[in-house]
Design a protein. Structure first.
Length: 364
């Protein structure tokens, strides 16, 4: 094990140093304010790595004075005399003062929360900002799990819409990668508009490459007893004067620049007021960020997350919302899952990310 302290002007900056030098597996042991030689104090975070690789050990040692570095066990590497001077001080380093026991419990709680957020596949930058806020603002008026969950609800709420409604004449285009569930989302939203909101609906599609795309569209229309229209030949491209809300199923997100350019031309002709980016919660947050960057030229207005019944990791929703700069308007399950399309619930997602059992935090 290697233990090292990092100092910076803020908790966020210190956590960033820990991540850059010690990696994602680093465990925070302690955080405290230390004098900086001026009127302003700095933040010092002490962290450790349980089983570092050879490369990680060498990287840390190369730029760290021996007095700032501590080892527990040899980790199978013969570091000779460089380990022995600091190894003798190990017992003293790991023996907290009696009055600091409650603080150690507090740091353990922060680490549990940090692990939960990583398990939920939330983006690294999002986790660092959230944890910096939790550490700085925690006042011990409640347990750390409850406090962190409440702070996560705040962060998630800023990325979500409590509701989104539509009026006659509106046009909704569904965009997203293949397999994200665009057609299923369109069908579920059409069902809600027809059966619950008592709205008139038209269905349309501009996906001319997907096999049986129009047959699928026709089956939805038959079930709901609505019309199928062609948005490219509609006499009123802006939807003005229409009694209908038109839902348009788009093609899979193109990878070819030429196909992307053609899709952009089609979208401009259709002129949809709502461009709903559809992403699956099964996609890793890092992959969602790349897909969202590709989608930016299509100018999506709102986000829909699908397949929430297939995973307890919802980090991809946060990654997509941040990468696109839009808010999450709807969430839904897989096409075969139970449940309708609905507004996102930040409380439910926060409880899923930071759950608790009798023993504390669950990662399942």
């Amino acid at each position: 094990m290697i233990i090292k302290s990092f100092a910076a002007d803020s908790v966020a900056s210190a956590l960033k140093k820990v991540r850059q030098e010690m990696g994602r597996d680093a465990i925070v042991l302690r955080t405290r304010q230390v004098p900086a030689g001026t009127s302003r104090e700095r933040i010092e975070i002490t962290a450790c790595i349980d089983k570092p690789t050879v490369g990680r050990v060498e990287a840390i040692i190369d730029d760290t004075p021996a007095s700032k570095l501590s080892f527990i066990e040899n980790v199978g590497i013969n570091l000779g005399s460089r380990i022995k001077p600091v190894d003798r001080n190990l017992d003293r380093l790991l023996q907290p003062e009696p009055q600091l026991n409650s603080d150690q419990d507090q740091f353990d709680g922060f680490q549990e929360v940090y692990g939960c957020l990583q398990e939920a596949d939330l983006p690294d930058a999002f986790i660092e900002r959230l944890m910096a806020s939790v550490i700085e603002e925690y006042d011990q008026s409640s347990d750390i799990i409850t406090f962190a969950r409440g702070k996560l609800v705040e962060y998630l709420s800023s990325l979500m819409l409590p509701g989104l409604s539509f009026k006659p004449g509106d046009r909704l285009l569904f965009l997203g990668p293949a397999g994200a569930g665009k057609s299923s989302v369109m069908g579920k939203l059409a069902t809600r508009l027809v059966t619950q909101d008592k709205q008139k609906v038209n269905l349309a599609g501009i996906d001319y490459s997907k096999i049986a795309a129009h047959e699928e569209l026709a089956s939805y229309a038959e079930i709901l007893r609505v019309k199928v229209s062609d948005p490219l030949t509609d006499p009123a491209p802006d939807g003005s004067g229409s009694d209908y809300i038109t839902l348009i199923d788009g093609p899979a997100l193109p990878t070819d620049p030429e196909k992307m350019a053609k899709l952009q031309v089609k979208i401009e002709r259709i002129n949809p007021g709502y461009r709903l980016a559809v992403f699956s919660a099964l996609t890793r947050s890092s992959d969602v960020e790349e897909l969202a960057t590709r989608m930016l030229p299509l100018e999506p207005t709102h986000l829909v997350m699908t397949m929430l019944d297939q995973t307890h990791r919802y980090g991809s929703a946060v990654a997509a919302a941040q990468a696109l700069g839009i808010k999450i308007a709807f969430v839904t399950n897989s096409s075969g899952g139970v449940g309708q399309i609905k507004a996102p619930d930040p409380n439910a997602l926060a409880h899923s990310a930071i759950s608790e059992l009798n023993t504390g935090v669950s990662f399942e």
